[in-house]
Design a protein around this ligand. Structure first.
Ligand code: PLP
Length: 436
């Protein structure tokens, strides 16, 4: 499989090159030159496959010759080594729980897959690779955990001081080994800007091999389609599901759509957003895409004003608005509605949502109500993208109860936070990187 740049001004590359480069030299996102078609009997017999077999079959065409089968089997096995349960919340509405991985958010799948691919591609290289990544919270923990102990790879994570939740901060700052957390006195945009400048700084790139681990990397983006297949293995209804995806940078939903294009049955997709409503406005306005600055919300992992992966969705539909509109609906859900939803679902249905899942739940319930007619009742699931304990302030205020810490997090409380405090200055970052 070859990958082309969506800006179409760079040469095509293999999966390996696309993974190591992250972004094409013309700054475009890489995109597979064709979407593989899964054999019909694969979908019909999907229940017979183990997670590992399923993962290998889906990923193999995308990886092509870049990784030998045996290695890819190992990578997939380690990537999906935890449960992905589809849980009934109420009649017709299910929750696909994606928070059972080591850092309690869905980003574990992409980060684990990408880190292992990079480790493989770097196996004979005696020069160390430095992965540089900015995080608003969840990405950093998943990347740190995914890359921990991977030989030949150093990970530097920039996070905004005081602006990530306590659990998120522990996940970032207690790894040690090849992981370093830079605590930046600024906001997420400052961190992001420092990282972006580092990738374009000629001097820095002469001395260091820099790679990004953000969601535009194909090795982080594509494995996310696996949990849509895992959900379908658990789907009992004869009608395909409506799927609601809490969306920020739109990598996750785009992975679901590519799974659908390659043969996975899906009734309809819902892009569930918070007050950052660029995509809902795009649909409501008949196709006007106007990025705007991000606003802060309770579902902070979705506070994105110009979603990077939306161009990939446009590409999948050949930029044809009527087709997009038929396949996807988009909602913007306010913080007030998010809080009310957490409360209602907890008290009436005894299910604890996190703020991102609440956005997904509300949009799904609304869509099902307005699109089901008499005999033809639609059913669906939303993606519960993080464990509520990652957002204790928002959730505990609503329920009035403390959320017990799962074991995968509670052991962190005994660990010592270690971070390098830094001003929001590229020059400080540069001299620190060069002096290590
Ligand atoms: C990253 C994240 C999202 C948004 O996913 P995208 O792929 O950026 O659309 C939603 N929920 C949680 C908890 C996240 O960490």
């Amino acid at each position: 499989m070859q990958y082309y740049s969506l800006n179409r001004k760079s040469p095509n590359v293999s999966f390996a090159e696309a993974t190591v480069q992250g972004q094409a030299p013309d700054k475009g996102l890489y995109f597979p030159e064709h979407v593989p078609s899964l054999p019909a009997n694969f979908i019909n017999d999907i229940h017979q496959f183990s997670k590992e077999e399923l993962g290998f079959t889906v990923m193999k065409p995308y990886v092509g010759d870049s990784i030998p089968d045996q290695e890819l089997q190992r990578i997939v096995k380690e990537t999906v080594d935890f449960p992905f349960p589809l849980v009934k919340v109420k009649e017709d509405v299910y929750s696909l729980e994606l928070f059972h991985g080591p850092t309690l958010a869905f980003k574990d799948v992409g980060a684990r897959f990408m880190s292992r691919c990079l480790g493989y591609f770097n196996r004979n290289n005696n020069k160390e690779v430095t992965v540089l990544v900015a995080t608003s919270g969840d990405t950093g923990g998943a990347v740190a955990n995914g890359f921990l102990g991977v030989e030949g790879v150093n990970v530097v994570i920039l996070y905004p001081s005081g602006k990530v939740s306590p659990v998120q901060e522990l996940q970032l700052t207690t790894c040690g080994q090849n992981i370093t957390a830079l605590e930046v006195k600024g906001n997420f945009d400052d961190c992001q800007a420092m990282v972006k400048q580092a990738f374009t700084d000629a001097d820095l790139n002469k001395h260091l091999t820099l790679t990004s681990a953000n969601s535009i990397n194909v090795a982080r983006w594509l494995p996310q389609q696996l949990y849509y297949f895992f959900a379908y293995q658990q789907w009992k209804d004869t009608q395909p599901p409506v799927i609601s995806v809490p969306s920020g940078n739109f990598g996750n939903i785009c992975a679901g759509i590519i799974a659908h294009v390659s043969g996975l049955p899906v009734q309809h997709f819902i892009a569930a957003c918070n007050d950052n409503d660029v995509v809902p406005v795009y649909f409501a306005s008949g196709g006007n895409y106007e990025p705007k600055p991000a606003v802060a919300t309770l579902s902070n992992a979705m506070d994105v004003g110009n979603p990077s992966n939306f161009v990939r969705i446009l590409e999948l539909f050949n930029n044809e608005f009527p087709r997009l509109q038929q396949a996807i609906s988009s909602y913007s859900i306010s913080d007030d509605t998010t809080v009310a939803t957490v409360k209602e679902v907890y008290t009436k249905l005894n299910y604890l949502l996190d703020p991102h899942g609440a956005v997904g739940y509300y949009a799904l319930a609304d869509y099902l109500k307005s699109h089901s007619n008499g005999k033809n009742k639609l059913k669906g699931f939303f993606l519960e993208t993080a464990h509520p304990v990652k957002f204790p302030e928002a959730i505990e205020k609503v329920t009035g109860e403390k959320i017990p810490l799962p074991e995968s997090v509670s052991y962190l409380l005994d660990k010592q936070k270690e971070s390098v405090v830094m001003n929001a200055s590229f020059n400080e970052l540069k001299s620190w990187l060069l002096s290590r």
